[in-house]
Design a protein around this ligand. Structure first.
Ligand SMILES: [Zn+2]
Length: 79
């Protein structure tokens, strides 16, 4: 049994994770301090929010690359 908790944003195991409300969708995220201080949102949250509310509301995050992982393409925001 492993009881590893991963940061939702960078997917790394951290000793300390904090609960933070997502800026984009009404859920709680577990994130490490690095990701929180960089104002990151998990990549999947940005995609989900973009699909739900339109690409305009996530544009900031995509342009400023406030997420970790592969670049989010416009087609990923379309359902
Ligand atoms: Zn992190």
């Amino acid at each position: 049994m492993t009881d590893k908790v991963l940061c939702y944003s960078c997917n790394k195991t951290k000793n300390k994770l904090n609960v933070r409300k997502s800026i984009l969708i009404p859920i709680n995220l577990l994130m490490c301090e690095t990701c929180i201080s960089n104002k990151f949102e998990p990549r999947w949250v940005i995609i989900l929010a973009g699909r739900q509310s339109g690409s305009d509301c996530v544009k900031e995050f995509i342009i400023k690359r406030r997420y970790i992982g592969n670049e989010i393409s416009a087609s990923e925001l379309l359902v």
